[in-house]
Design a protein around this ligand. Structure first.
Ligand code: HEM
Length: 527
């Protein structure tokens, strides 16, 4: 019998401050064993298992070791938690990062004032550099142009899709972070790209999370001890080493910047913006109440003063941790979505045809696309949403942590529980998306053929922890895909591993956090 012995009781959907002990109202669960938790009660991939076995349940309770982990298995549950109770669900679990680096920082696996200030600083800097404006647009178009030059320098050749698209996408983020692109021949660049594609796609991160929490349990929650033990596991050690490699790379570039930094000039990249911010240590207005607005890159959020609490939160190690997070979060996600788009168009050539015709009609073939064209390219916009739905790139999102006791759709959720979304359940809900296995952009068009997005498709999540790079990703997707449609009458896709990738073929996907298609090459047929 589990009893709730937290700080309050449930009243009007919230715990009151009155201390009381009562039975928890538990969400349905596949079951659990002591120590191992639900590991032996679930099948892989977890998102499919939960979507099928718990198709009628909004919330499912799992255990990673003894850690409570709630799956938000419907759009209703996701919105109720991450939007309606945004503050309560805005925490992140501690996953050894602090112990590894010796500093709390970054943007993804951290919460509290450091995360808040760095998130605001990053959104503000992205906006100042023209996130959603011409500077970023120009960077993306330049990378798209370089990609096309590469293709046209070797007519009739096949290109590795990950490398070709990954180079363009990663360089957009490099230009923002470091103020320069890295040549694809640069061995460091290739290493960085591959390292994190492997980390996010190939590894079965859910099994590893189960394992990590079991080890943490065994160590009585002591992170340093768990880290020491995990150093003996070759796979885990490789992950730590790769991360430390990326961090060292960011540190070197930061040191180079420091030598050339001119405090009175306009910052040219994220590192300089950070240096400028640190050099102006005069106190700013104290932090105002945080609102939902700072979860996105809206201008309101970015006009708010940074928290600037004492002690000073900004330092070089945290800068490097934030850069590492932006590089990892901003490279493979967008690259893989574009690869999915090309693969799904390959399987559905009539959709490629319709999108090309629209691009030809609305943009023409003589000038590069701009973000304004999005407003008139209804079919292409709908196709991109359908790519998000079918690809379901991050099916389980990232783990959140509850910052206080709460209740969700009638179930009790104690403080410090972990939560994750099941985007796969939502995207394959037959009541909202009939025949979900079909690629059908028309789902997102109204009766007059105008783009009509659905609030069920949430590739960037929602609420306080929603993707910080959503605007940049949306720009990259539209500009790069529209540019390819303009230039190439047909794009041939061929599997690198002999798998059938043709129309109707079921596509095997990678087991990691990112659901990527199998490796394939691209051959371009110019108009
Ligand atoms: C198609 C491309 C992308 C997809 C599908 C995507 C998706 C996501 C998702 C699902 C999350 C987790 C949200 C949550 O925990 O609720 C996330 C977080 C994040 N993303 Fe993205 N992302 C993309 C591109 C980018 C880009 C280009 C950047 C960098 C500029 C970026 C930076 C981040 C960061 C820093 C976070 C952590 C935010 C936080 O915890 O406060 N992402 N993204």
């Amino acid at each position: 019998l589990r009893r709730y012995t937290g700080s309050g009781s449930v009243q009007n959907g919230k715990f009151s401050s009155r201390r009381r002990t009562r039975r928890l109202i538990e969400a349905p669960s596949p079951g659990s064993f002591p120590l191992l938790g639900s590991l032996l009660h679930v099948r892989h991939p977890l998102y499919k298992f939960l979507a099928e076995k718990f198709s009628r349940n909004d919330v499912v309770l799992l255990y990673f070791g003894s850690q409570r982990v709630y799956c938000l298995n419907s759009a209703r549950a996701i919105r109720e938690a991450y939007s309606a109770q945004a503050e309560v669900f805005a925490g992140r679990p501690k996953l050894l990062g602090d112990s590894l680096v010796g500093e709390t920082g970054g943007l993804v696996f951290i919460d509290g004032p450091i995360w808040r200030d760095y998130r605001r600083f990053t959104l503000r800097t992205l906006r100042d550099f023209g996130f959603g404006k011409s500077f970023t647009e120009a960077s993306i178009l330049e990378e798209a142009q370089l990609m096309r030059e590469e293709i046209e320098s070797r007519p009739g050749e096949k290109f590795d899709s990950s490398k070709l698209i990954g180079t363009a996408v990663s360089n957009v983020i490099c230009r923002f972070l470091f103020g320069r692109r890295l040549a694809s021949e640069d061995s460091k660049f290739e290493l960085l790209q591959n390292t994190f594609a492997k980390l996010t796609q190939e590894k079965d991160n859910i099994s590893e999370l189960f394992a990590l929490f079991i080890v943490l349990n065994l160590c009585g929650g002591r992170q340093k001890l768990a880290l020491k033990l995990l150093q003996y596991v070759p796979e885990a050690k490789k992950v730590f080493d790769n991360f430390l490699y990326l961090l060292a790379y960011c540190k070197n570039i930061t040191a180079e910047h420091r030598d050339n930094f001119l405090p009175n000039c306009q910052p040219r990249d994220y590192i300089e913006a950070h240096m400028l911010h640190c050099s102006r240590r005069e106190p700013e207005n104290p932090s105002t109440e945080d609102s939902d607005a700072d979860a996105d890159s809206s201008s309101q959020a970015n006009k708010k003063p940074l928290n600037s609490q004492q002690p000073w939160l900004f330092n070089d190690t945290r800068l490097c941790l934030a850069m590492a997070d932006l590089f990892v979060a901003g490279s493979d996600t967008t690259t893989t979505t574009i690869r999915w788009a090309l693969l799904l168009f390959h399987q559905n050539p009539h959709c490629y045809q319709l999108a090309s015709e629209e691009v030809g009609r609305e943009i023409g073939f003589d000038r590069p696309p701009t973000m304004k064209d999005r407003l008139v390219c209804h079919y292409l916009q709908a196709s991109i949403d359908e790519v998000h739905r079918c690809a379901c790139l991050v099916p389980l999102g990232l783990l959140h942590r509850t910052l206080e006791d709460t209740s969700l759709l009638g179930y009790d959720i104690p403080k410090d529980s972990l939560t994750f979304v099941n985007q796969y359940s939502v995207n394959n809900n037959t009541e909202v998306f009939p025949q979900p296995e079909r690629f059908c952009p028309e789902r997102f068009l109204d009766g007059e053929g105008r783009y009509s997005p659905s609030d069920h498709v949430m590739p960037f999540s929602t609420g306080k922890r929603a993707c910080l790079g959503e605007s940049l990703a949306r720009m990259e997707l539209f500009l790069i895909i529209a540019g390819l449609l303009q230039r190439y009458e047909r794009i041939e896709v061929a599997s690198e591993t002999g798998q059938d990738l043709g129309a109707g073929a079921e596509l095997p996907t990678t087991p990691g956090d990112i659901r990527a298609p199998p490796p394939f090459t691209l051959k371009f047929h110019p108009r």
